[in-house]
Design a protein around this ligand. Structure first.
Ligand SMILES: [Zn+2]
Ligand SMILES: [Zn+2]
Length: 259
């Protein structure tokens, strides 16, 4: 069975403006049996990136879910379509995020929990995947070791059922901190096995994300091969996703490898 369980839409401002139906048509064309839309849920904090375009607007949530439902019905004989969210785990905003999830319980099993924002010691939030320049600037300012350690601690929290029984148990691109790794010198000290063991213990699965291959300063899947091997040793379950932000990215790099 061919699956793409990580797909974005025009509801987040940094994606393409193409209609959701175009993603569905692309998936059908590729022979995909199931896709899951996982739009960036509205942020409980003020978006810290300069363009303020990290996530969808709260007022669009209803339309997004409705549109997905309509497509699900329309294409039910050709492809299975589900909708959830890519939820940001944001330290200190667990209560707000839990309230959001409580409003849409039917989406939880289709959702991904990702860490894009770190709470820094000065209480500000930093988006780790916005740009190489901002990452390097922060790394030089507080030290790469500090940045990586905060990332590790934040992912540990995300893997600890931060919203209780309604926590989405799929961790998005677990090593997103590596996105710009080719552009600076630092030896990663994160205890990946510890993170993976916690994921296993708490029943999480891993988002096996192919977007990283297209990233200039990374060029691999998330997780990378080293983490994948460790995850396999622990029998962790993985779910493939393109993290498509345009229709033509649906199924990128993995469709031809599967049957
Ligand atoms: Zn996105
Ligand atoms: Zn995503």
């Amino acid at each position: 069975m061919k699956i793409d369980n990580h797909v974005h839409t025009h509801y987040c401002p940094h994606g393409s403006n193409e209609k959701m139906e175009k993603y569905v048509k692309k998936a059908i064309e590729l022979g995909i049996d199931k896709i899951t839309f996982t739009e960036h849920a509205p942020l409980p904090i003020l978006d810290t990136v300069p363009d303020k375009d990290s996530a969808m607007n709260e007022k669009d949530v209803y339309e997004y879910l409705k549109e997905a439902k309509g497509l699900k019905a329309k294409y039910r004989h050709k492809i299975e379509i589900n909708a959830g969210f890519e939820i940001d785990y944001i330290e200190g905003y667990e209560q707000e995020t839990r309230l959001f999830l409580e409003k849409y319980p039917e989406t939880i099993e289709n959702s991904i929990l990702s860490v894009h924002f770190l709470k820094l010691p000065d209480e500000t939030y930093f988006c780790i995947d916005y740009s190489k320049e901002s990452f390097i600037q922060k790394g030089e300012e507080i030290g790469y070791h500090m940045l990586y350690s905060i990332y590790e601690k934040t992912v540990l929290k995300a893997l600890s059922n931060p919203y209780g029984p309604i926590t989405p148990k799929k961790i998005g691109h677990i090593n997103l901190i590596h996105k710009f790794e080719k552009s600076y010198q630092y030896k990663d000290m994160i205890d990946w096995v510890k993170l993976l063991k916690l994921a296993k213990k708490n029943g999480y699965i891993l988002d096996y994300n192919f977007a990283g291959i297209d990233k200039e300063f990374y060029g691999k899947t998330y997780p990378n091969q080293m983490i994948l091997d460790k995850a396999k040793n622990l029998n962790l379950k993985l779910e493939i996703g393109s993290d498509a932000h345009k229709p033509e990215e649906v199924g990128r790099y993995f469709i031809e490898r599967e049957d």
